[in-house]
Ligand binder design. Structure first.
Ligand code: 13P
Ligand code: SF4
Length: 345
């Protein structure tokens, strides 16, 4: 055993106070930089007549600066009706594509072009088109989490907010292909009694939630309501009290702020939940692997205030969609918006 080295306590305390001062200064500088960045973004936005749309899974500071924060459906609806010249889509690539297809004359920017989606990636357009071809006579319903090329071979697009109602708007014996999320597809099949043919895709974030850890949390918080997104596995959905899109889960929590919640969806939604219900306890459902922050979507979190500033300043990176694909993809997206409007969604 080595001998313990004696360190003078007052030397230690002096060093501690010294580092505290440096850290405080660093924090102050960071706040000043952030405040300036926020002001600069607001200024650029005004000068360029731009609108910032943000998904609930974005970092808190992006949600705070966005003109509108919402789920995938709301983002598409806002994009469709904005009068801005530039749309900055703080979300992932397919959300930018959807906005571009709806507004071909506008510039659609995304802060980080690498912000993709594992669910969209699980459905390559050529393979999906072949699958559709192999099943003539089927109506094709695609989740919005797809590329524009997949939407181009789709009859109607859905989001998690309207998927159930849109499926139910078809006759009971309609033969339907549903892609790409197998969990959402299975969930809709189970609640509607349909037997849709499912594409075998999934989101890496929603597939990660741990059943065992949610059960343990329920034991710890026996009164807590479990909120789950339908992209979660069936075993997680079985534990849920409320299954719904991010907007639906938020709405439920806002309607019952006296409860406690275990939230099984990307943890970015907790920012808006806590903002709207500051007194309520929200516990993010943990992923299987406790060493990673897997309940955060690494794609969504690529966007930062710095990148948002740069993209507004440089008007880049810009989303572009091939005209031929855009022409086909816009139809099922517009169809979704029309049905949603009729349903009051
Ligand atoms: P919603 O925005 O429809 O809730 O979907 C969640 C999601 O995974 C977005 O990528
Ligand atoms: Fe795609 Fe999942 Fe990230 Fe949503 S949370 S963008 S579905 S990878």
């Amino acid at each position: 055993m080595g001998k313990k080295k004696h360190i003078n306590l007052s030397t230690l305390l002096t060093a501690y106070h010294h580092y505290q001062k440096i850290f405080r200064k660093e924090r102050e500088i960071k706040i000043i930089i952030m405040d300036n960045l926020i002001e600069a973004i607001k200024q650029l936005k005004k000068e360029k007549n731009a609108v910032i749309l943000g998904h609930y899974y974005q970092k808190g500071e992006i949600q705070d600066i966005a003109d509108y924060v919402g789920d995938s459906l709301a983002l598409a609806q806002w994009a469709a009706k904005t009068e801005a010249d530039i749309i900055v889509m703080c979300g992932v690539h397919f959300m930018g594509e959807t906005a571009k297809v709806l507004c071909p004359g506008k510039k659609v920017l995304v802060p980080d072009m690498a912000a993709g989606c594992s669910l969209a990636d699980s459905c390559p357009a050529d393979k999906f088109a072949r699958f559709v071809e192999e099943h003539p006579g089927y109506t094709v319903i695609s989740y919005v989490n797809t590329t524009a090329a997949v939407k181009a071979v789709t009859d109607v697009v859905v989001t998690s907010t309207n998927a159930r109602q849109i499926v139910e708007s078809f006759p009971e014996d309609e033969k339907i292909i549903f892609g790409p999320d197998r969990n959402l597809g299975n969930y809709i099949n189970s609640v509607t009694g349909r037997n849709m043919l499912l594409w075998d895709g999934a989101c890496h974030v929603h597939e990660q939630f741990s059943v065992e850890k949610i059960v343990e949390l329920k034991r710890q918080y026996p009164g807590a309501i479990v909120l789950a997104h339908p992209e979660c596995k069936n075993t997680v959905l079985k534990l849920a009290d409320v299954v719904g899109s991010t907007a639906a889960l938020l709405k439920y929590a806002v309607g019952h702020p006296e409860k406690e919640y275990i939230v099984a969806t990307e943890s970015g939604i907790l920012h808006e939940m806590r903002r709207k219900c500051p007194q309520t306890k929200f516990i993010p459902a943990p992923p299987n692997d406790s060493t990673c922050a897997c309940n955060e979507c690494n794609f969504m979190r690529l966007n930062t205030l710095e990148k948002l500033y740069d993209c507004l300043k440089n008007e880049s990176p810009e989303i572009r969609v091939e005209a031929e694909i855009a022409e086909k993809a816009v139809k099922p997206i517009k169809k979704m918006l029309e049905i949603s409007a009729k349903l009051g969604l």
